[in-house]
Design a protein around this ligand. Structure first.
Ligand SMILES: Nc1ncnc2c1ncn2[C@@H]1O[C@H](COP(=O)(O)OP(=O)(O)OP(=O)(O)O)[C@@H](O)[C@H]1O
Length: 309
């Protein structure tokens, strides 16, 4: 199944990466990467450890110099047009970038001074739930509060795009969900978000489109639903038949991606067509299906499938 993505906003591309290549000490880690991020979307970047995600986003941020390829951020080159890119792009800081003794207020004031037309940090702090923490030193903040501060600092320059790299790593489930709402708020305020994450639930819930990076290349690019649909099958059907079913008949059912029969339990992944075919087969053969389960495949299933060696 192929899903055609329509940009949420129709405002056109804001980040364009074309045939990006980067090697470290002769070892290629980004190998001809190309993708386009539409303005107004949350664009996810997924991939196994070492796939080249951080290297790629650091090239977009102008923190690393590509060996070849082109990158445009709102039409600007991150290296040649550094000043212009700094005005349109907000990047999440790494924890080491802030001194532990700096208070939240001081950090917001300091980073405001970096931009010619910064947002007023007070309402921003309010929106991010940081007002009560303004006098707290960075080193005393919880993981979730630090992430809120990083989002605030990334938004201070009123960017058109923010890059968030593993923003929710280390957060408890509640703080992670709060952060997701914040990211949606950011997107709803018109800012494009590029999100690098290892959390499939996060990507499935937040991202409009996702690039799965495999060994420095785009292995797949689609909406979360599109990725799920095009990999292992969008629906998983499992049941224990009251009598054995000929495996050749099961394997020939329409729309299915995978088939497994173990210890008397049958598991198929496929489409709605597969579900209907299973039901018809069972009815025609007068077979009972015990513990029949029909579940949606998840992005997790799709990711494992798409990053198989
Ligand atoms: N400065 C560097 N010098 C040498 N090798 C590097 C450097 N930075 C990254 N690498 C290597 O390049 C490869 C890609 O790293 P990168 O951080 O881009 O991957 P990633 O997809 O972000 O991984 P992760 O999910 O683990 O964060 C890795 O093998 C890493 O060890």
């Amino acid at each position: 199944m192929t899903t055609t993505h329509l940009p949420r906003t129709g405002r056109g591309p804001i980040v364009e990466v074309s045939d990006l290549r980067k090697a470290y000490g002769g070892r290629t880690v980004v190998d001809g990467l190309s993708f386009t991020v539409e303005e107004g979307e949350i664009f996810g970047i997924l991939g196994l450890n070492g796939a080249g995600k951080t290297t790629s986003v650091e090239c977009i941020e102008g923190l690393r110099v590509p060996d070849s390829g082109t990158i445009r951020v709102a039409g600007f080159d991150p290296i040649a047009d550094r000043a212009e890119v700094t005005q349109v792009l907000g990047a999440q800081l790494q924890e080491s970038a802030l001194q532990a003794k700096l208070t939240v207020r001081e950090a917001l004031q300091l980073y405001s001074a970096f931009y010619p037309r910064p947002l007023d940090w007070r309402p921003l702090a309010e929106r991010l739930g940081l007002t009560a923490k303004l006098n707290t030193r960075f080193g005393m903040l919880s993981g979730g509060q630090k992430q809120r501060l990083f989002i605030a600092l990334a938004l201070l320059g009123s960017p058109r795009v923010v890059i968030l790299d593993e923003l929710t790593t280390g957060l408890d489930p509640r703080a992670r969900r709060d952060t997701w709402s914040l990211i949606e708020d950011v997107r709803d305020s018109g800012v494009t978000v590029i999100l690098v994450t290892h959390f499939m639930e996060e990507a499935q819930r937040l991202c409009d489109r996702i690039a799965v990076i495999n060994k420095g290349r785009v292995g797949a690019l689609d909406t979360p639903e599109g990725l799920i649909g095009r990999s292992a099958g969008s629906t998983v059907i499992s049941f224990t038949p009251s009598q054995p079913i000929n495996e050749e008949i099961l394997a020939a059912l329409p729309g299915q991606a995978t088939f497994d029969s173990k210890d008397g339990r049958v598991t198929l992944s496929g489409t709605d067509e597969t579900v209907n075919a299973v039901i018809s087969l069972l009815a025609q053969s007068h077979i009972w299906a015990y513990q029949l389960r029909v579940t949606d495949a998840t992005l997790d299933d799709a990711f494992i499938d798409l990053t198989k060696a």
